[in-house]
Design a protein around this ligand. Structure first.
Ligand code: COA
Length: 352
């Protein structure tokens, strides 16, 4: 039987570490000023979210989302011991694309040096913080049906350029960081029904769409950009808007249900799972999910303390982080669960 397996894993974060202590001093280009710009504190951020630091790209525009994806992809491709030209499909999950269109997968393809007349399939998917599990479901299906043999699935986000670095935007701004994670997925002929990608299920509830969104423009209106983007009073549309309390409650509920369903539908128990990797939105969310879903706390992997919320990148970035630390090993089985804007959610069980 053909199953899909993870052939390689890689991640990348930019060099600049932004601690909670530095956050109040950042101006709208996330450059440090002498005077306080935003009323917030390390104590508030740490206790309400668990975030201690995050990574940002340089302020000058030298790095795009596809550059973050490129570094993570190169590492995943090297880890898979294949050449970039063997990739026959790219699935790119992001809510922070390089430009409006074309999608960012084609920019990544070109930067990987594998574009041209025989260039591979390129998909862009959204699904925000749930992008990795949505993409894994697609990759799994495409590999198992024999459509593609080497799928590069990458989740990458460049948040730092689109956050509101003022007291007005502090509830959202303190949460997010830049980063990328990637996996290469390919086929394996095996009778082992638990090998590789064992389970994926995703869902969505569009009634929650306006609880976490970023407009930038409304294409149903003309002109569809109607504000002065340089004017802080007018440019609310440029920044993410969030009903934090509602998102929090729905995140806990859906991640608990998705995790429990993953186990009941596969017949697995926590003895069969090495690691639980929840999306990294808020440490308090993950602690609540761990408690309500009765997950052994020693199996839970978090990285939000170091990287903040990196949206579509958070699951592969967390896994790769803990693999580098020597905790996660080859063939370990992971239950990942995600929740994000949309609302969207999902769970997956797979082997590293
Ligand atoms: N620094 C200091 N104070 C802040 C702050 C910050 N960064 N952000 C908000 N506050 C203030 C609020 O203004 C409010 O002040 P008030 O009581 O004087 O009105 C107070 O802190 C409490 O705000 P509240 O929004 O009730 O806090 P909270 O406990 O709900 O925490 C979040 C806010 C955003 C951390 C929390 O709601 C959350 O994590 N939600 C989910 C977010 C998420 O996961 N998003 C991604 C989903 S994929």
């Amino acid at each position: 039987m053909r199953r899909s397996i993870l052939l390689g894993l890689g991640s990348y974060v930019p060099d600049r570490v932004v601690t909670n202590e530095e956050i109040p001093y950042l101006d709208e280009r996330h450059e440090r000023r002498a005077e306080v710009q935003t009323e917030t504190s390390d104590a508030w951020i740490r206790t309400r979210t668990g975030v201690e630091a995050r990574r940002y790209v340089p302020a000058g525009g030298s790095m795009a989302c596809s550059d973050l994806a490129l570094e993570a992809s190169r590492r995943a491709i090297a880890d898979a011991s294949i050449e970039a030209r063997e990739i026959d499909c790219i699935i790119y999950a992001t809510l922070s694309p390089d430009i409006h269109f074309p999608g960012t997968a084609v920019f990544l393809q070109s930067k990987l040096g594998i574009s041209g007349e025989e260039g591979c399939a390129c998909y862009d998917i959204r699904q925000q913080c749930s992008g990795f599990v949505y993409g894994l479901q697609m990759a799994d299906a495409l590999v198992r049906t024999g459509t593609y043999r080497r799928v590069l699935l990458v989740g990458a986000e460049l948040h730092s350029h689109s956050l509101d670095y003022s007291t007005r935007g502090r509830d959202v701004m303190v949460l997010f960081g830049d980063g990328a994670g990637a996996v290469v997925i390919g086929p394996s002929e095996t009778d082992d029904e638990r090998a590789g990608v064992l389970y994926t299920r995703v869902g969505a509830d569009g009634t929650g769409a306006w609880d976490l969104y970023l407009k930038v423009f409304e294409i149903s209106k003309a002109p569809y950009v109607w504000y002065d983007a340089a004017d802080r009073e007018q440019n609310l549309v440029k920044y993410p808007q969030m009903n934090g309390k509602r998102v929090f409650l729905h995140a806990v509920r859906h991640m608990v249900l998705a995790s429990q369903r993953a186990l009941s539908e596969t017949g697995l128990g926590w003895n069969d799972i090495d690691w639980f990797v929840p999306h990294q939105a808020n440490l308090r969310i993950n602690e609540a999910v761990t408690q309500y879903a009765e997950i052994p706390p020693e199996k839970v992997l978090n990285s939000i303390q170091l990287y903040g919320n990196t949206t579509a990148a958070s699951v592969p970035l967390t896994l790769d982080h803990w693999r580098r630390e020597g905790k996660v090993r080859e063939h370990d089985r992971v239950l990942a669960t995600v929740f994000g804007s949309g609302y969207t959610w999902g769970a997956a069980i797979f082997q590293i």
